[in-house]
Design a protein around this ligand. Structure first.
Ligand code: SF4
Length: 329
C-alpha cells in the first residue's frame, strides 16, 4: 500500500508527516446559502447542485459550531483514534455571510482543543480582502493552518457557463492570488468528467492549478442527483457520462501533469445516497480510487512526471537546463 501511495502525494500521509499524528477534518454546516441559489447571481444554482450543497455528511446547521465540533470530534476519536483536528466549514459558501457573523463562527471554531487548522469552503467570487485578512490574523494568533477551498470544477470557461457556475476562470485566478498573498493555503475542486469536457481540459486544468501553485486538489467524479437540472438532462438522455476507465485515464493524466508537491485530498467524489441517479459507475468510491492507483502502477507513472511546462520550457528545450528555469520553481 505504501508503494502505491508514493505515486501521488496523498493528503493523509501529508497530514501525518506535518503533524506527527492522525488528523481528521470535522465537517461543519453553517446556516448559509450561496449567491448562485439565493437570487444574488441566480436561483437554480449549478446544474448538478441539490439543496444539501455538499453538506450531506454534516450535522444540521441549527446545531451550534461548538456542539458540531464536539460531537464530531468525539466520533472521530472513538472510530479512528484521531489525535488532532481541522475544523471544516463544508456546506455551501461559508464566506457568504456578513463579516461580523463570519468572524464569530471562525473565532468559535478556533477555540477548539486539539485543533491544528481551519478549512473554509467557498466560491471564488465570495472571498475578499477583509475576510482573508481576518483568516490570516486568526491563523497567526492561534497557530493554525488555514486553507480556503475554492470550487472551480473545470478551467474550461465555456463549460463553466453551461453548468451555470455563475463565475468563470477569471474569478478563480483572482481569488487564488488573494488567498496565497496572505500566506493562506488554497484547495481547488475539480470535476474531471463534466460531459462537455475532454482530456485537453483535464490537462489544462492541471497546468493552471500548477502555475497558480494551488496547495491541495480535490478531484470529483460527477454525480447526478434527482431533482437537479443535470438530473433531468440525464433522465432525458441529453448527456453522456464517460465510462469509468476513461475517468481513470483522466485522473492518471491529471496527476502526471500536476506539480509533484501539490497534495491530493481526493481522487473521486461521493454523493448523497438517497437521491442519486448516477455515481461512480455503480461501484464504491474506494474501488475507483483502487483502479486509479492500479493504473498508475501498470503504467509505472506518477504525479508530476509530465510537469515540465513551467518556467520557460522552450528555453530549456533550445538552450539547455541552465538557461531555462527549473520547472519545479
Ligand atoms: S456554488 Fe456550490 S452551493 Fe452554490 S450552487 Fe454551485 S454547487 Fe451549489
Amino acid at each position: 500500500m505504501a508503494a502505491l501511495k508514493a505515486r501521488y502525494r496523498a493528503y493523509s500521509d501529508y497530514l501525518r508527516e506535518r503533524f506527527g499524528t492522525k488528523v481528521y477534518k470535522l465537517p461543519l454546516k453553517l446556516p448559509v446559502t450561496c449567491p448562485n441559489r439565493d437570487g444574488t447571481l441566480g436561483v437554480g444554482g449549478c446544474i448538478y447542485c441539490d439543496e444539501e450543497g455538499a453538506g450531506f455528511e454534516c450535522l444540521p446547521s441549527s446545531v451550534t459550531v461548538e456542539e458540531q465540533l464536539a460531537r464530531n470530534k468525539e466520533f472521530f476519536r472513538r472510530r479512528y483514534k484521531a489525535g488532532k483536528f481541522i475544523a471544516y466549514f463544508q456546506a455551501f459558501s461559508n464566506t457568504y455571510l456578513p463579516f461580523e457573523l463570519f468572524q464569530k463562527y471562525i473565532r468559535s471554531a478556533a477555540e477548539t482543543e486539539d485543533l491544528v487548522g481551519i478549512s473554509v469552503s467557498t466560491r471564488p467570487d465570495c472571498v475578499s480582502d477583509p475576510y482573508l485578512d481576518f483568516l490570516a490574523e486568526v491563523g497567526r494568533e492561534k497557530n493554525l493552518l488555514i486553507d480556503v477551498e475554492l470550487g472551480l470544477q473545470t478551467v474550461n470557461y465555456r463549460t463553466l457557463l453551461r453548468i451555470n457556475r455563475g463565475h468563470t476562470l477569471g474569478e478563480f485566478i483572482d481569488a487564488v492570488g488573494r488567498v496565497k498573498k496572505r500566506g493562506l493555503e488554497v484547495c481547488a475542486h475539480l470535476i474531471l468528467n463534466l460531459p462537455w469536457d475532454d482530456m485537453v481540459d483535464v490537462i489544462e486544468s492541471a497546468k493552471v492549478l500548477s502555475a497558480l501553485e494551488v496547495d491541495y486538489v480535490k478531484l470529483h467524479s460527477l454525480y447526478v442527483v434527482r431533482g437537479t437540472v443535470l438530473g433531468e438532462m440525464y433522465q432525458k438522455g441529453e448527456i453522456n457520462i464517460i465510462p469509468m476507465e476513461e475517468y481513470v485515464a483522466r485522473a492518471v493524466t491529471f496527476l502526471e501533469y500536476l506539480r509533484p508537491d501539490t497534495v491530493i485530498q481526493r481522487l473521486v467524489g461521493r454523493g448523497p445516497h438517497d437521491k442519486l441517479l448516477f455515481a461512480n459507475w455503480g461501484v464504491s468510491w474506494w474501488q475507483v480510487v483502487q483502479r486509479i492507483e492500479a493504473r498508475l502502477e501498470e503504467l509505472d507513472t506518477y504525479q508530476g512526471r509530465l510537469c515540465d511546462y513551467l518556467n520557460g520550457p522552450a528555453l530549456r528545450k533550445r538552450f539547455g537546463e541552465a538557461q531555462g528555469g527549473d520547472p519545479g520553481e
